[in-house]
Design a protein around this ligand. Structure first.
Ligand code: NAP
Ligand code: MG
Length: 498
């Protein structure tokens, strides 16, 4: 059962933040939507309104793009040296650390996730991302290139230049982290940005906007427009003065972004959905593989693009693993994330709760057996039980489609040589994991799995330095690591006859 909200003393700055009418950031100013409209953002643990934010739409996006364009072309941003850009990012990282508790509580209230994780994962990972890319700002280099055209001598080299004005659209599952994945590399290389947070979780992006100004980024370099995907998001993706769009969210909306971007052929990078295979071989160390596989699906209430939602287990250990994962779910204390005693929070919204419950119904109708979980919890907030399904078939919706909730389908296998093919039988290719003590099995599988990330004897290990992105319909391009610099730069070849 979900626990009710114990009296929690919020950080004073959080109360202050929520008590004021929030505005959005355009051209260095905190402004209302041109239409004057606002919308509410909710606490998913209670369904109650936290505060309201401006409902930016096409006109506001246009204002923000103009501000970003002016900042990119006129300055002072173009004159800011790489070393200064690096220092600004490091300052921002320090400010994230300095406001750690406020950001953690705000993230938990708006998104629902346990504050334990906001404190140890979301906020520190955000600071780390700004710090990591702060280091890259001075290391974005071109090359010299030998040119063999006869009859003259040439000096040729490449410049790696900022791509220009960037639109960035992010989801609600890791609001702060997603903002940092997008902003940090773009700012490191000298782009300017219009960021649109998800309608469900606009608050930490707005607080981050305050810290960006406090760090000293010039006006117009970062603009943050709150609003809905169908209006503000679509306008940003289609805007003819935006040079690049970076999107994280559903594969369905990713395809809309690609279409919208075609008007001016802006560059596009996409980080989309997944249906990641998590494979346990018979020789695996089950002491680690069982809790690791439970966390692979239940972390963040299953609302992870990398969620290990298809659990393939060798038939010899299938029952032991199923019993272990089922038993592990009893460790969860489910309730409002702001109560530090809880380690599993609500889903993000009524809509997401309905979606996940729809999959639970469809699984049951198609003949899947529920080992544990299977129901929503209570009437307040958007809680659902961690759920383990067996007796599933490859054609079932619960096996094919991204559920984005704490629901895992377990599938036994017998032939280790055929498991890669079953694991790859999906339109997605974001992540995968293998659990084995055999080095050859581990690395042979790593090579065979068609996924942007393969974990061996671990799951959901991320690092600012590790490139992340998808094969197949899980996306285009790689975020994080030095690969992310390519998303936000153009290469210019310069050739001089000497
Ligand atoms: P979504 O619609 O893809 O939303 C992601 C972002 O795109 C949000 O900022 C959203 O704005 C915006 N957006 C929506 N429609 C748009 C459009 N036509 N043009 C431009 N931007 C648009 O995801 P969702 O509806 O929140 O969740 C639905 C499903 O997406 C989930 O159940 C899950 O399967 C998947 N998902 C995946 C990830 C991931 O990390 N890969 C993250 C979240 C969700 P608004 O929120 O303001 O509408
Ligand atoms: Mg919210």
């Amino acid at each position: 059962m979900a626990t009710t909200l114990a009296p929690v003393h919020l950080n004073r700055k959080v109360e202050e933040f929520l008590s004021q009418k929030r505005k959005m950031l355009i051209g260095g100013q905190w402004v209302e939507a041109a239409s004057g409209k606002t919308f509410d953002t909710f606490n998913p643990a209670t369904g109650e309104v936290l505060t309201c934010v401006p409902e930016g739409d096409r006109e506001d996006i246009d204002r923000a793009v103009k501000a970003a364009r002016k900042a990119f072309e006129e300055g002072p941003w173009p004159e800011v040296s790489p070393a200064q850009r690096g220092r600004l990012l490091l300052k921002l990282a320090d400010l994230v650390d300095k406001n750690h508790e406020e950001l953690a509580e705000l993230e938990t209230l708006d998104n629902g996730k346990p504050v334990f994780f906001s404190r140890i994962a979301d906020v520190p990972a955000t600071a780390d991302m700004f710090r990591y890319f702060g280091g890259w700002a001075t290391k974005v280099e071109g090359t010299t290139v030998p040119v063999s055209m006869p009859g003259a001598k040439y000096l040729a080299y490449t410049l790696r230049e900022p791509i220009g004005v960037v639109g960035q659209i992010i989801p609600w599952n890791f609001p702060l982290i997603m903002a940092s994945w997008k902003l940090a590399p773009a700012l490191a290389v000298g782009c300017t940005v219009v960021l649109k947070p998800a309608e469900q979780t606009p608050l930490t992006a707005l607080r981050l906007g305050e810290l960006i100004l406090e760090a000293g980024f010039p006006e117009g370099v970062v603009n943050i427009v709150t609003g809905f995907g169908e209006t503000a998001g679509a306008a940003l993706a289609a805007h003819s003065h935006v040079d690049k769009i970076a999107f994280t969210g559903s594969t369905e909306v990713g395809k809309l972004i690609v279409n919208a971007a075609s008007g001016n052929l802006k560059k596009v990078s996409l980080e989309l959905g997944g249906k990641s295979p998590n494979i346990i071989f018979p020789d695996a160390d089950l002491k680690n593989a069982i809790p690791g596989s439970a966390n692979a699906i239940f972390f963040n209430q299953g609302q992870c693009c990398t969620a290990g939602s298809r659990l393939f287990v060798h038939k010899n250990i299938f029952d032991e693993v199923i019993d272990g994962v089922a038993a592990f779910t009893k460790n969860f204390r489910i309730g409002p994330g702001i109560d530090p005693a809880n380690n599993l929070g609500p889903l993000i919204s009524q809509e997401q709760l309905d979606r996940v419950c729809g999959y639970l119904d469809s699984g049951a109708k198609e003949g899947a057996k529920t080992v544990v979980g299977g129901h929503k919890i209570g009437d307040k907030g958007y809680f659902v039980e961690p759920t383990l399904l067996v007796d599933v078939r490859p054609d079932m919706k619960v096996v094919r489609e991204e559920i984005f909730g704490p629901v895992v389908a377990a599938i036994p296998f017998s032939d280790p040589n055929e498991i890669a093919a079953s694991a790859n039988a999906t339109t997605y290719g974001l992540a995968a994991a293998v659990w084995t003590r055999d080095l050859s099995t581990a690395h042979r599988m790593a090579a065979k799995l068609r996924a942007g990330t393969v974990w061996i004897n671990c799951y959901n290990v991320f690092d600012s330095a590790l490139p992340f992105g998808g094969y197949k319909q899980s996306g285009w391009g790689r975020e994080m690591g030095h690969d992310a610099l390519e998303l936000y730069t153009e290469v210019k070849a310069v050739c001089a006859q000497i």
